[in-house]
Design a protein around this ligand. Sequence first.
Ligand code: NAD
Ligand code: ZN
Ligand code: ZN
Length: 347
Amino acid sequence: MKAMQLSAWQTPPEIREVPEPEPGPGEVVIRVAGAGACHSDLHLLHDFAPGMMPWNPPFTLGHENAGWVHTLGAGVSGFSVGEPVAVYGPWGCGRCKRCQVGMENYCERAADQPAAGGGLGYDGGMAEYMLVPAARLLVPLGDLDPVEAAPLTDAALTPYHAIKRSLPLLTPGATAVAIGIGGLGHLGVQILRALTAARIIAVDNRPEALRLAERSGADHAVRAGDDAAGEIRDLTEGLGADVVVDFVGVDATLALATAVARPRSDITVVGIGGGTVPFGFFSVPYEASLATTYWGSRPELMEVLELARHGRIKTEVHRFPLEEGPQVYERLAAGEFTGRAVITPNS
Ligand code: NAD
Ligand code: ZN
Ligand code: ZN
């Protein structure tokens, strides 16, 4: 079968012919419907170097996947062939306390695992078929379209987890600022809209992303730049934001986040842009809490799918055949997409 693989660190992805996977005991092979092209893959393709991760190429890209059950390994029950499923992306040991409660994104034995997930050391979903090492990593989709559902496993799950930690602050009248309205950000805005009655201010440096923010339910769309902090202060009557979620994570966005956050706020960094911000008595608001977050839990994925099922969130999807995968990443890097580009290897 064909697969889009990373062959070596810091090389462009390639379409290669690879053997079709066969499930061992407890494993499941899915026929891939959709595999989202996440900005993290650009970091993976361009910024990662030998020794940075305990795992190495070659592997098939695609860590945001959904499809149909194709073959069940020995001993797997509870799923039927042809059933649409989402693949929970962060693969932990499955046995530690965190994994037992479905929080495999923070597996206690992550450092001892051979890789982090499909598309992250293990073969991912940018191929006709994908091997999933345990049935516990599959979530039934019911009547959700598996192409549209693929981005929900990361582009929605990650903001959902980031926002959920701040729900107590997001009372009616509170302000949430979302910075970077791409694949994650446009779903982040929809999740804020679905879960809260807070005022939502979206920030991006692309006009088309700001329009997407408005379509997604933002109350205000602010162009990134020198005036952004002042505009946000004005929109909040000088108070600043109760919650800032930064889906970019470069120096400029972190500086904006700390500039507009008010005392007792949450500042959550989701983007892995590699920026830093000084943390000290005079550099962040009083009692602001700063956190980075990584992906989300399995129960949270089920909650995200429920939001989609009820029409409360919807990914703006652009579909591409597997062969166009390498160009999709070039176009993602050039900022040409609104929403999420999804590779559909079987359509
Ligand atoms: P994307 O390319 O779809 O969207 C990024 C958006 O940020 C674009 O709309 C872009 O115009 C905007 N942007 C870029 N620089 C900006 C700036 N200086 N100011 C304002 N806006 C700016 O990316 P994505 O797939 O949504 O991913 C977003 C980030 O989240 C990436 O860094 C990605 O690696 C990271 N990520 C983190 C996790 C996690 O678990 N923490 C999971 C998935 C993705
Ligand atoms: Zn991702
Ligand atoms: Zn674990």
